[in-house]
Design a protein. Structure first.
Length: 643
C-alpha cells in the first residue's frame, strides 16, 4: 500500500438532488441558489451526527460515518428538515433529495475515500425515490430495531458495475404515506408514575409503584413489558405518548400519578394506545396506604382485560400475591430498590440499610432478601467489596428462594452468583428457571447471555442478548453486552461502533468506556484507549478494575512507568483487586510469566474476572501456551475459533 493510504470500515452516504441537472439547464441562477440553500441545511445536520464530509460533486454529497446507525439517523433528519423547508417554499424552490447508504471497507487516500463501499452507496442512491432513503443489507443489519421508522425490503438488486446482487431496503420515514405506525399493542411500556405528593421525598414511592407494576405485568405470558431501565429515561419527559411508543416500539403505554399523604393514597392510572393516543382504560383509586397491593393487582388485571390477554391461573395467582403483610417493610423495600438502581457505591450501601430495615420488620420478606443479594453482588462485581461479598449475595439469594421459590428475580440473582462461583450447570438451571417464571425479565436474559458467551456458545448468547435488548432497549449495560458477539470473534470495529452508541446514550456509564478502551487497544488507537480508561476510573471513583484497565492501556501505549506504579498500588494496597485484572496488566507489560502466575492465583481464588477470557484480546498472546490451555480447560472456558 502506498504511503498515506489506509483501509477502514465506515458507513458511506451518497446524496443527490432530484432534477438538478434539468433545473440547471432551465434556470441556472435559481439552481445555484437552491444548491447553496441545500448545503446550508444539510451540513449542520451531518455535523450533529458526527459525519465527515469527504467532498461535494456538483449537487451530490459524499459523507462518511463511523456508525451505520448515525448515518441512517442523519439521513432521516436531513429528509425531515428538507420536508419542513419545502412546506414553507413555493413549488419552484422545493428541494427533493435522494439518499443511499452502504457499510463497507474504504481506502483512504489523503482527503478522499475509494473502494466498493463508495461505489455501492452511489449505485443505491438512485434507487431511492424523491425524499427517499435506501440502505444496503449491511446497514439494515446494524439499524433494524434501533430506528423509529419502518423498513421495507426491496429485495436483491443488480447494481451497475457491481459483480453481485445487493439486497436493498427502503427507510419509510414519517412523511411517507406507506409509513403507517404499526406497533404491537401487547408490547407495553409502564412510564414512571408522577409523584404529586406534598412531600417531594415520596418520589421513591411513585418509582416503587412503577417497578412493581412492571414486575407484575411481566409475569403475564401474553404481554411483552419494557424493563425499568429503559422506562426511567422518560421521567419528566415532554415527549408525547406516540413518540415514546415509537421509540420503544410499544403499542400501549401505561402512565399515571401517585399522591401519598399520611396514611392516604390516591393513584390515577391510564392505559393509552400509542398509535392513536386514545385512552383504552382509566381509573382513579382513593385508598388507605395498606391497600397499595390491591391497587397493583387491580391495575394489572385491568390492563390484561383491556388488551384482551388471557390470564393463566398461576399468573393470576402471582399478580394477586402480597409480597409482605407489613406496609412499613414494603416502604423500606421501595426505598432500597430506588437506591439500588443508582448503582454507585454510596447508593448501594444505602440500599442495603433499607433492605435490612425491611427484613427487620418482616423476616419473611423474600423480595427484600433478593434486593440485598443484588446489592452485594454488584458491590463485589464492580470491585467495591472483596470477593467474599459474593458469598453474602449467595446466602441472601438462597434465603429469598427458601421463602418464595417462584421469585424470578431471586433465581436470576442466584444464577449470577453461582456463575461467579463456577457452579456452571446450577447457574444455567437458575437462569432458565427465572426466564420460565418471568419471560419478560430482561436481567435474566442479560446474565444468561453472559454465561453463554463465557462458554463459547456465541449464537445462543447472541439470541439471549438480543432478547434482553428488545425488553430493555435503553439499558446501558445490556447495550454493552449486545456487542459481545463482535468482541469475541475479534470484530472490534463493530464492537466500537456499538460502544460509542451506548456512550452517546449514557455518557457517564463507566463500563461502556472500559470496554471501548479495550476495543481501541486492539485497533491500535492507544492514546484514545488511555483516555477512555481514565474516564472509566473517574466515573467509578477509582474502582480497582478500572485502574487495572488503565494500567493495561498505559502499558500497551508504552507508558510503562505509570503502569508499573498503578499495578504496585493494586497488589500492595488494602483494597480487593481481582487477580485476573493484575494478570492483564502484566500481560500488557509483556511479563508473561508474571501474568500466568496471577492467572493461576485467579483460578485458585475462583476469580470472577478470569471468566472474561473470551472477551479481552490480551489472552490471545497465550493461545498456544500449554500452561494457559490447561487453565482454561480446567475452567471449561472455550476460546472461540479465530480469537
Amino acid at each position: 500500500m502506498m504511503s498515506g493510504e489506509q483501509r477502514r470500515l465506515v458507513a458511506v452516504m451518497f446524496t443527490d438532488i432530484v432534477g438538478y441537472s434539468s433545473l440547471s439547464q432551465k434556470n441556472e441562477p435559481l439552481a445555484l441558489e437552491m444548491l447553496e440553500e441545500h448545503r446550508k441545511i444539510v451540513r449542520p445536520i451531518v455535523a450533529r451526527h458526527n459525519g465527515h464530509e469527504i467532498k461535494t460533486m456538483g449537487d451530490a454529497f459524499l459523507i462518511e460515518f463511523e456508525s451505520a446507525l448515525e448515518a441512517t439517523q442523519c439521513a432521516v433528519d436531513i429528509q425531515k428538515s428538507l420536508h419542513g423547508y419545502n412546506e414553507q417554499s413555493i413549488p419552484e424552490r422545493r428541494i427533493h433529495l435522494r439518499i443511499g447508504i452502504h457499510l463497507g471497507d474504504v481506502e483512504q487516500r489523503q482527503s478522499d475515500v475509494l473502494g466498493d463501499a463508495v461505489n455501492i452507496a452511489s449505485r443505491i442512491e438512485p434507487l431511492a425515490e424523491a425524499d427517499g432513503i435506501c440502505i444496503s443489507e449491511q446497514v439494515f443489519d446494524q439499524v433494524r430495531n434501533k430506528i423509529n421508522c419502518p423498513i421495507e425490503n426491496l429485495g436483491p438488486r443488480q447494481l451497475k458495475n457491481i459483480d453481485y446482487p445487493i439486497d436493498v431496503h427502503r427507510i419509510l420515514w414519517e412523511k411517507d404515506e406507506t409509513a403507517k405506525l404499526s406497533l404491537d399493542k401487547k408490547r407495553i411500556a409502564v412510564l414512571p408514575f408522577l409523584n404529586i405528593s406534598p412531600d417531594p421525598n415520596d418520589a421513591y414511592f411513585a418509582d416503587g409503584l412503577t417497578e412493581e407494576l412492571i414486575a407484575r405485568l411481566s409475569t403475564i405470558s401474553g404481554l411483552e413489558v419494557i424493563a425499568r431501565t429503559s422506562i426511567m429515561r422518560f421521567r419528566g419527559t415532554t415527549k408525547s405518548v406516540r413518540e415514546i411508543g415509537k421509540e420503544l416500539k410499544s403499542g400501549t403505554v401505561l402512565e399515571g400519578s401517585v399522591r401519598k399523604a399520611a396514611n392516604k393514597l390516591r393513584v390515577t392510572a391510564q392505559l393509552i394506545d400509542a398509535t392513536t393516543e386514545k385512552h383504552l382504560w382509566v381509573q382513579n383509586y382513593d385508598r388507605q396506604l395498606e391497600d397499595v397491593f390491591a391497587i397493583q393487582t387491580e391495575v394489572a388485571q385491568n390492563v390484561s382485560d383491556a388488551l384482551e390477554t388471557q390470564l393463566l391461573s398461576e399468573e393470576r395467582e402471582h399478580i394477586e400475591k402480597k409480597p409482605t403483610g407489613d406496609i412499613g417493610a414494603y416502604t423500606f423495600y421501595l426505598k432500597g430498590r430506588y437506591y439500588w438502581n443508582e448503582r454507585s457505591r454510596d447508593a448501594l450501601e444505602k440500599a442495603i440499610k433499607y433492605f435490612e430495615e425491611a427484613i427487620r420488620r418482616d423476616n419473611r420478606f423474600a423480595l427484600a432478601y433478593a434486593g440485598m443479594a443484588d446489592c452485594y453482588a454488584v458491590l463485589a462485581d464492580y470491585g467495591y467489596y472483596a470477593a467474599d461479598a459474593m458469598s453474602k449475595a449467595k446466602e441472601l439469594a438462597v434465603k429469598a428462594l427458601s421463602i418464595d421459590d417462584s421469585l424470578a428475580e431471586a433465581h436470576a440473582s442466584l444464577g449470577s452468583v453461582l456463575d461467579q462461583f463456577w457452579e456452571w450447570e446450577k447457574a444455567e438451571t437458575e437462569f432458565k428457571r427465572a426466564i420460565g417464571l418471568t419471560p419478560n425479565y430482561a436481567t435474566a436474559h442479560h446474565w444468561y447471555a453472559y454465561w453463554l458467551f463465557r462458554g463459547g456458545r456465541i449464537r445462543d448468547a447472541a439470541v439471549e442478548a438480543n432478547r434482553a435488548l428488545e425488553l430493555d432497549p435503553l439499558s446501558p449495560i445490556i447495550n454493552v453486552i449486545s456487542t459481545g458477539p463482535d468482541y469475541i470473534i475479534g470484530n472490534y470495529d463493530q464492537a466500537i461502533v456499538g460502544l460509542r452508541r451506548t456512550i452517546e446514550m449514557a455518557p457517564d456509564f463507566p463500563i461502556a468506556h472500559y470496554w471501548l478502551a479495550h476495543g481501541l487497544v486492539e485497533k491500535g488507537s492507544l492514546e484514545d484507549a488511555v483516555s477512555e480508561m481514565r474516564r472509566a476510573v473517574e466515573l467509578t471513583h477509582g474502582a480497582t478494575f478500572a485502574r487495572a484497565g488503565l494500567a493495561y492501556a498505559l502499558a500497551k501505549a508504552g507508558q510503562k512507568d505509570e503502569a508499573i506504579r498503578i499495578v504496585g498500588e493494586l497488589t500492595k494496597g488494602e483494597e480487593y483487586t481481582d487477580a485476573a485484572d493484575i494478570a492483564m496488566v502484566f500481560a500488557g507489560l509483556r511479563q508473561r510469566e508474571n501474568a500466568l502466575d496471577w492467572l493461576e492465583k485467579a483460578y485458585e481464588m475462583h476469580s470472577s474476572g478470569i471468566a472474561n477470557i473470551g472477551w479481552v484480546g490480551w489472552y490471545r498472546e497465550f493461545h498456544s501456551n500449554e500452561r494457559f490451555l490447561r487453565l482454561t480447560d480446567r475452567m471449561r472456558i472455550r476460546i472461540p475459533v479465530g480469537l
